[in-house]
Design a protein around this ligand. Structure first.
Ligand code: HEM
Length: 475
């Protein structure tokens, strides 16, 4: 790996190389109604004048963490509306130009996830121009900063088509009960205080920033033109993913009942081991937790199966990401088809050998909607994940993970043709999940899809210089 100089952090939008670690987010989905006022707002929001318009946050270190942080993402239609010339628009990657909805087949957005069923605000992609994301320490600060954005140009710059709020759950959990946000790429030359030790190579910043060396030797993604627009930019696959928590919990119960009566039950979970868990639990509950762990690759406590195949009780929190699959070739600890092993096979042997470690993405999602209440399973409330998947190439990273690995299982012939059980586009007629046990396996079949896509867009996250450039266009 060639070590490159650290990029100019003051030029890069925040939350890309290091997370904000804030508990509240508001994504404002906006249509530009007055391009001139929108351009003026971009100039104001990057002026460095902290007393006025809330500023777009950068990766530059701050002595005191600001109470609110701001990001700006633009769609292809948004860039066009701001006045980017056609010859420059053509230099953007084609999947970004086409937009997320038109990539539905590739992304597995079919059936209930078909864009025709998406929420109203995503129905006309030509009207989705900007997503401004406000991250805040409190709902009050989020409200204040969100309002200031909407007041831009005396309220003339944007029309708000939707306001999507996400709020962190205690302990970093997400719907389905898993602890999330544990594994993130460690970038060469960048220190994030929440980085956890892992056994993976450092990741070149070009995995998320345009114009820099990527994890693939001698590969840099093409920078959209002019260079000051594209350089240091990034892409965000913004996905609104609704989670069917009741159905997921039912699946765990049905699978636990099935496994409990299977002759191999004691091989997959040694008898009475659940009595040593903290807190101890029943055999049935333990089997439910085991199924949840096998399909994801981590127990719901965040403890990885690779380190602790029989217990979710954390032994050493600092080591939650310090594992590999190299010695678990058959997936006896962590199934090859589990969510985290599909999304990042680390150094396990996969068919496309040169893609190990090459599709690393940054995830900055936040749950929306109230937690599922098992006493009121049919509360009619919507809940899910406001998914933010950041990378430098949507097609070679985000889409490749989603298509090749999550939904086709191309990385290993033993899972090819099956979908990720937690997130994939499953139908009861063909869904299956293999849990290897000894020299045999337990098969779970007949489950439906627990995550429905209800909206989203491919966004370009321009550098600060690029936002200023956009603000000063004279179309
Ligand atoms: C509602 C949908 C989803 C849920 C509930 C979910 C949940 C989780 C959880 C609980 C983890 C383990 C925590 C961690 O390792 O940090 C995880 C890891 C991960 N997920 Fe997802 N996820 C979802 C969608 C996706 C999608 C759409 C992608 C990408 C296409 C994705 C990519 C990843 C990656 C790359 C990891 C880290 C794997 C590693 O490095 O070991 N996830 N996810």
């Amino acid at each position: 790996m060639t070590v490159e100089p650290v990029p100019d952090l003051a030029d890069i939008q925040g939350n890309i190389l290091r997370g904000y670690k804030k508990d509240h987010v508001r994504h404002l989905v906006l249509t530009i109604t007055d391009p001139q006022a929108a351009r003026r707002w971009l100039l104001d929001a990057t002026s460095g004048e902290t007393a006025g318009t809330p500023q777009v946050t950068t990766e530059k270190s701050y002595s005191e963490k600001p109470p609110t942080c701001l990001n700006v993402g633009l769609t292809h239609a948004g860039l066009e509306t701001l006045g980017v010339a056609a010859k420059h628009l053509r230099t953007f990657p084609h999947e970004f130009v086409d937009g997320m909805a038109s990539r539905a087949l590739k992304l597995g957005d079919t059936g209930p996830s078909d864009p025709r069923h998406w929420k109203a605000e995503w129905q006309d992609p030509s009207k989705v121009h900007v997503v401004v994301s406000v991250h805040a320490d409190s709902p009050g600060q989020r409200e204040k900063a969100g309002k200031e954005v909407l007041d831009a140009g005396d309220g003339a710059a944007f029309d708000k088509t939707a306001q999507l709020d996400g709020d962190a759950f205690p302990g970093g959990q997400v719907h389905f009960g898993y602890r999330d946000n544990i594994a993130q790429p460690h970038f060469a030359g960048i220190r994030d205080p929440i980085d956890r030790p892992d056994r993976q190579p450092l990741v070149e910043v070009g995995a998320v920033l345009l114009g820099h060396q990527t994890p693939v030797e001698d590969v840099r993604w093409e920078v959209p033109q002019p260079k000051r627009l594209g350089f240091n930019g990034s892409f965000n696959a913004f996905r609104v993913l609704e989670q069917q928590v009741g159905e997921f919990e039912d699946f765990l119960s049905q699978s636990a009942a099935l496994i409990k009566d299977n002759g191999m039950a004691n091989m997959v979970l040694p008898p009475d081991v659940e009595k040593t868990w903290d807190p101890p639990t029943s055999r049935f509950e333990a089997m439910r937790e085991l199924v949840a762990a096998k399909i994801l690759g981590r127990w719901r406590t965040g403890v990885p199966l690779a380190l602790s195949p029989y217990s979710p009780t954390p032994v050493c929190l600092g080591k939650l990401n310090d594992f590999d699959y190299a010695n678990d070739t058959d997936g006896l600890c962590c199934p090859v088809g589990s969510h985290i092993r599909r999304c990042n096979p680390r150094s396990s042997r996969i068919v496309q050998r040169n893609t190990n470690h090459s599709r690393r993405i940054v995830r900055r999602g936040m749950p929306y909607g109230p937690p599922h209440d098992p006493d009121h399973p049919d509360d009619g409330k919507e809940r899910g994940l406001l998914g933010v998947f950041i990378c430098a190439s949507l097609i070679a990273q985000f889409e490749a993970i989603q298509y090749d690995w999550m939904n086709l299982g191309l990385q290993d012939p033993r899972i090819t043709g099956t979908n990720d059980a937690v997130v994939g586009n499953n139908e009861p007629e063909f869904s299956s999940f293999t849990m290897p046990v000894g020299s045999s396996s337990i098969e779970l079949r007949g489950f439906s899809r627990f995550v429905h896509t209800v909206g989203g867009a491919y966004l370009f996250l321009p550098s600060i210089r690029a936002l200023k450039y956009l603000g000063s266009l004279h179309p």
